[in-house]
Design a protein around this ligand. Structure first.
Ligand code: PRT
Ligand code: ZN
Length: 282
């Protein structure tokens, strides 16, 4: 039986979701309706929906898996307990990162009226933190509420912070950190072969992403100092070159790790430094 995965049709999560599957090696066609993308080289289909419907369709059992923002899933969950009771988060994914924050004109200490598209998450947070406020539910353009006196503050998603700045709003407390998540019903069988194949491919790709394979040459007399600089790598490869007294050093590390040491390596005598992208780590 083919697995059906509900993903966002268009919007902020669509491109990253599709890129995640494609970079993991899956290829897709599109059926004549335009909202089903059958995978050509594995037993699953992507189905394109509004993100707000994704928790419901997975909960109803129409789709085995779904990819949606944690904010959407939790809002549904606080509204309808069965979402949290009957569903599970299988994985947090490395995209769609944002935070749900309270913001106001100046520092928000006393909450009067707060406008938000996430009334259930906000209500739950207010209760947990023993704070009082009147929640004004808005479907969009929440950031305009203080300007028109609809509310004193807002509770909205923030990523770069630009929207808040443009509206002279100051970010206060963050009530949720969100990312895209992979969800399923609690009785979804995680030993399903197709599911294992998908997760393995995605994880292999994620661990290769950001990894670099580094090669350089150095004199024998500099080797000890150089190995100290790269001591975060468990076992770098050291090979003698045909030129006497010279070695080649190979290692794999993250982009960040390399950036931190590249200057020091040169100073310590590393030459002909080659930096290569890693396609896969298995
Ligand atoms: O059509 P559909 O219903 O499927 O999509 P949608 O319009 O409801 O959602 P969409 O595509 O806007 O967002 C999908 C998901 O992306 C959200 O549920 C979040 O999980 C995630 N995400 C990540 C964001 C943001 N970052 C984000 N910045 N969703 C919305 N925003 C908005 C925010 O509401 C505010 O208006 O962007 C603005 C703030 O951005 P900055 O960069 O100015 O701070
Ligand atoms: Zn939506």
């Amino acid at each position: 039986m083919r697995i059906k995965i509900a993903i966002q049709k268009k919007g902020r999560l669509h491109d990253d979701t599709l890129a995640m599957f494609k970079n993991a090696g899956f290829r897709f066609t599109r059926d004549s309706t335009g909202f089903i993308m059958p995978c050509e080289n594995a037993e699953f289909d992507l189905v394109l929906l509004r993100d707000d419907d994704i928790p419901t369709v997975v909960l109803q059992g129409a789709f085995e898996l779904g990819i949606v923002g944690k904010n959407v899933w939790l809002e549904d969950g606080f509204k309808d307990g069965s979402v949290l009771e009957k569903m599970q988060i299988l994985k947090e994914l490395p995209f769609g990162k944002c935070r749900l924050s309270i913001a106001g004109v100046g520092k928000v200490e006393e909450f009067g009226k707060i406008a938000t598209s996430y009334p259930s998450i906000l209500k739950n947070w207010l209760e947990e933190n023993k704070k009082e406020a009147k929640i004004i539910e808005m479907k969009g353009s929440v950031e305009l509420a203080p300007r028109f006196g609809i509310a004193d503050a807002i509770c909205d998603l923030v990523s770069s912070g630009m929207t808040l700045r443009e509206n002279n709003l100051v970010e206060g407390e963050t009530i949720l950190h969100s990312t895209a998540i992979l969800i399923a019903s609690k009785n979804f069988n995680q030993s399903n072969e197709t599911y294992k194949q998908i997760v393995e491919a995605i994880e292999e790709n994620a661990s290769a992403k950001n990894k670099k394979y580094i090669m350089f040459n150095c004199k024998e007399e500099n080797l000890e100092d150089i190995l100290k600089i790269i001591d975060f790598v468990e076992s770098p490869t050291v090979m003698p070159l045909t030129k006497k007294g010279m070695n080649a050093v190979h290692l794999m590390c993250s982009d960040e790790q390399f950036k931190k040491v590249q200057g020091k390596l040169k100073q310590a005598g590393a030459s002909s430094i080659l930096v290569m992208l890693v396609e896969k780590v298995m």
